[in-house]
Design a protein around this ligand. Structure first.
Ligand code: NAD
Length: 495
């Protein structure tokens, strides 16, 4: 059986107490790998390694082109190992093999974007400040330092890349901690990075418990920044614990996004889009369109088509290329999702299709659509992270926006319409970080992604995402070298 070790300071090692945990295939229940379980001491060790590497300048002072070249080597390694990575991702996370293949492709693409960006100078000359004509003002973007990167279980490899990419492009050194449920592909990534010219200690990857090693990263005064993706609940804990040394934090947290179908939408396309928005990766997506808002004028036709489409989805073995819906991640999540189905029924919503488990032992849950939902119900308010869609009827655009915004979250959202201007007006009124018009889920490496309200703090992707791993430094250079010519405050004193 494959065994993965901790990756600290460019070396693979057992955890200090030699303990391991199992990688379990959620569909088959098979244990297919063992992973060294880092202790708090190991986490401290990884922080020391990253700190030393950062302070030495071995990465931050490397010419940008060189950092970019090494990051491109990671892209090549991901591409060379794409098939194996996709297989492991599907085995570890229950992702359908189709989606896992796409995830690997997108991971390589995102890393390539960040590799290119590593070579871009984000420093600026600021015009028109201080004393024009006699001073120069430079805005430098310096790496924030040591970054602790903590990720969830739903998109293990993609999340790893989305965190490593901007941090490394900015010149930070890192400690990456994958979720314990899905640590395999991050550990594979450690092996691939080790084959590149990445200097020792710049990338450290350790697996284990969030409350032990995640917590250590958050509390450790030698860590300057935490980049976190996960639940809003853990995000809040991190925010409190990071206050110790006033760490910079980026939090990408939960969502309950509204997907709005207007009465002028192409019905067939928006039905397809609604299914994709809600049931992609068994609904285990933070930005998923889990509240579907449908205009009353097209409601009956839309619902009939939605029922037909969802009831034909194939739930089963994620390794089967024809499967649309694989298992949920683990027993705990299975029970949680089934309880939401129960709660939906108890609150008076009606199951349009689905609602059952075809095979409990394989953690399968049918894609489930609830109708007769109102926005006060638990299934409309709480993030479920499973294949459950809540459909709400609305009468006009104003009401749609009001319902969409009536949520503690604000991560994603969609609008389906043939009228771009109308859709754009709604998109602008939605208090959320991303809105797709006639599409869903699509990430753009250049476009910032993140949450309003309790969906998070900060942004990933694009220049905004890289800036999250930098400190802005203003350098003022006064060109007057003669004291007698200095004006000091005189320039701002009125005559
Ligand atoms: P989680 O919050 O339970 O765990 C996320 C990570 O935090 C894991 O690595 C975990 O080990 C670690 N962790 C747990 N307790 C910690 C602590 N006290 N200190 C430091 N680290 C700790 O989330 P999850 O169950 O793995 O993932 C599902 C959640 O992630 C959902 O709420 C989902 O919306 C969210 N998510 C958000 C985004 C986004 O971009 N906004 C993307 C994917 C998932």
């Amino acid at each position: 059986m494959e065994k993965y070790l901790l990756y600290i300071n460019g070396e693979f090692k057992e955890s200090s107490d030699k303990t391991t945990f199992d990688a379990v295939n959620p569909y088959s229940g098979e244990v297919f790998a063992q992973i060294s379980k880092a202790t708090a001491e190991d986490a401290k060790d990884a922080v020391r390694s990253a700190r030393k590497a950062f302070d030495s300048g071995i990465w931050s002072e490397l010419p940008r082109s060189e950092r970019s070249r090494i990051m491109k080597q990671i892209v090549d390694k991901i591409n060379e190992n794409a098939k194996q990575l996709a297989k492991l991702e599907a085995m570890d996370s229950g992702s359908t093999i189709r989606k896992a293949g796409e995830d690997v492709y997108l991971s390589a693409r995102s890393m390539n974007y960040f590799a290119k960006m590593a070579d871009v100078d984000l420093d600026e000359n600021i015009e028109g400040l201080s004393r024009p004509g006699v001073s120069k003002n430079i805005l430098r973007r310096e790496p924030v330092g040591v970054a602790g990167l903590i990720i969830p279980w739903n998109f293990p490899l993609k999340m790893a890349v989305w965190k490593l990419g901007p941090a490394l492009a900015a010149g930070c050194t890192v400690i990456l901690k994958p979720a314990q449920e899905t640590s395999v592909t991050a550990n594979e990534l450690a092996r691939l990075i080790d084959m590149t010219d990445m200097p020792k200690g710049v990338v450290n990857i350790i697996s284990g418990s969030g409350s032990i090693i995640g917590n250590e990263l958050v509390n450790n005064a030698d860590v300057d920044k935490i980049g976190f993706t996960g639940s809003t609940e853990v995000g809040k804990t991190i925010m409190i614990n990071a206050a110790g040394n006033l760490k910079k934090i980026t939090l990408e947290c939960g969502g309950k996004s509204a997907n709005i179908v207007l009465d002028d939408a192409d019905i067939d396309m928006s039905v397809d889009g609604a299914v994709y928005a809600a049931f992609y990766h068994q609904g285990q997506c933070c930005e998923g369109g889990t509240r579907l808002l449908v205009h009353e004028k097209i409601y009956d036709e839309f619902i009939a088509k939605l029922k037909s489409k969802v009831s034909k989805m194939k739930t089963g073995d994620p390794m089967d290329k024809t499967s649309d819906n694989g298992p949920v991640i683990n027993r705990k999540q299975f029970d949680l999702v089934m309880n939401y189905i129960k709660a939906g029924k108890e609150e008076g919503a009606e199951v349009l299709t689905g609602g059952k488990s075809p095979d409990e032992s394989r953690l399968l849950i049918e894609p489930t659509v609830f109708v007769n939902v109102n926005n006060k119900m638990k299934i409309a308010r709480e993030e479920i992270f499973g294949p459950i869609l809540a459909v709400i009827k609305f009468k006009d655009d104003e009401e749609a926006v009001r319902i969409a915004n009536d949520s503690i979250y604000g991560l994603g959202g969609g609008v389906w319409s043939r009228d771009d201007a109308r859709a754009l007006k709604i998109a602008s009124a939605m208090r959320t970080g991303t809105v797709w018009i006639n599409d869903y889920h699509l990430m753009n490496d250049r476009a910032p992604f993140g949450g309003y309200k309790q969906s998070g703090i900060g942004r990933e992707f694009g220049i905004d995402g890289i800036k999250e791993y930098t400190e802005a430094k203003h350098i003022h250079i006064d060109e007057i070298k003669d004291l007698n010519k200095k004006t000091w405050y005189k320039t701002v004193v009125p005559d």
